[in-house]
Design a protein around this ligand. Structure first.
Ligand SMILES: Cc1cc2nc3c(=O)[nH]c(=O)nc-3n(C[C@H](O)[C@H](O)[C@H](O)COP(=O)(O)O)c2cc1C
Length: 195
């Protein structure tokens, strides 16, 4: 069984409609732990050693956050800048994260179609997530297709529950190693793995 650490980066989780439900769906699952990063680090002073310890203790890391300006809330960037140190996460001797899997679980106000119209000059979610993917590749991690909840403003309670249920199924499947990396990578979004 894989151990999974979900780092939740949402500055206003108590006001969230989507991420809060996603959190509830995976809370208490065996082998899965959650860290509410804006509660732990309200002043942005990240405990680098503690965070590296968490990384070492887990096989799979999840960055869960709303999409903010085609990227993440700023605390995740700060976390990346500080925690993924040379000599720990990358560089000739930095092999602590080698072979671990990493999943971005994001929610976007924009609908899926909005991010598919590449011909109109817009970028897809996968293209926009490139800095995260490239960063984790440098750390020799396996970047999985993201879990994406689109059109958050249009989703009713049922739609949100459905997304949350699917999230729990995906997290459970990753924990139990039900799918090979080769199979998972066939999909643009990991959501589509589970029908
Ligand atoms: C500061 C800010 C920036 C945002 N930028 C984007 C964006 O670039 N693209 C997008 O699709 N939605 C964007 N949104 C919408 C959020 O992604 C959306 O409200 C969020 O995913 C809803 O999840 P929640 O209910 O858990 O807060 C933005 C929202 C805020 C507050």
């Amino acid at each position: 069984m894989n151990r999974i650490s979900i780092l939740v980066f949402h500055p206003l989780l108590h006001k969230s409609r989507v991420n809060q439900k996603l959190v509830r769906a995976v809370e208490g699952m065996e082998g899965v732990s959650l860290r509410f990063m804006y509660d732990i680090y309200p002043d942005f002073f990240i405990d680098v050693l503690k965070e590296q310890e968490v990384l070492l203790e887990n096989d799979i890391l999840v960055w869960q956050h709303p999409f903010y300006w085609y990227s993440s809330p700023s605390l995740l960037k700060e976390w990346i800048d500080l925690v993924l140190e040379h000599g720990f996460a990358y560089g000739r001797t930095g092999r602590a994260l080698e072979g671990k899997q990493i999943l971005s679980a994001i929610s976007t106000g924009g609908r899926r179609e909005t991010y598919l119209s590449a011909e109109s000059g817009k970028f897809s979610v996968r293209q926009l997530m490139a800095p995260f993917e490239q960063t984790t590749k440098l750390c020799r991690m396996h970047y999985l297709p993201p879990f994406v909840t689109h059109g958050t403003h249009l989703l009713d309670e049922r739609g949100i529950e459905e997304a949350a249920g699917r999230y729990a199924t995906v997290i459970g499947a990753l924990r139990d190693g039900l799918y090979s990396l080769e199979e998972i990578r066939k999909y643009e979004y990991i959501n589509d793995l589970i029908l």
